[in-house]
Unconditional design. Sequence first.
Length: 256
Amino acid sequence: MKTKLFFILAVLLITATAVKADDFKDAMIKAKKNLTDATNTMDEKQLLKVRGEYERILQLKQDEWLVNYFIAYVDYNLAYTGMSDGKNDMEKMKKYNNSAIELINKAIEQKSDFSESYILKYGLNFNRFIYEMEKMMEIATTSAQLEQKIKAMDNDNPRFQYLLGASTYFTPENFGGGVSKSIPIFEKSIQLFSSRVEKEEYYPDWGGDQAYGYLALAYNKLEQFDKVKEYYDKGKELYPNSGFLNNYIKAELEKK
């Protein structure tokens, strides 16, 4: 009788665990879709709504490191709402970027072998140049440390190569960067994106449209307009709903 009772309890526990896992997966897939839609519009209210979705998912107490990663990524995008459409709201950029750094540090504490967290932190740290130029040496040192760590962990991650390309693009030539140097890095990124398959449907997969967009901008600065068209058109083909390509990059390319 005891054996039978133990068996029934074990089956119930396994079933409850499976249901919880399914609830988590379904919620994460839904939230990620909503996040993609929100990043395409860069609407602050829509991004905050998605942030709330992820905060509710935390209540399921499953893979909290991944949920915190995505909340940090939402804040990463919220930071840019302070700089979009000609705005220059440094306080908003600072508020959300610093919040994202706190969250990604928490995600790293919870799971220190998830390379995506270090990659996002690399991008967040670079954003500090926008509002903390007085800490330039500290930011540069942290970037170099993160870069070495990521190269050892996951050098062929397309998001890392995209962010590495972006940091090179915006770094002046006399500091080791420059538009020309960024091009092969962006090209490597889009090559890696073309064959990338994430472990789970709800894992990070952002960055492809940005890589194509910045590659087009880089060639535009070099006045290689055939290449501009090639990469802009290819990016639009692969990411037709990308607000980054359809709005920001299009506007930049149309500037005289």
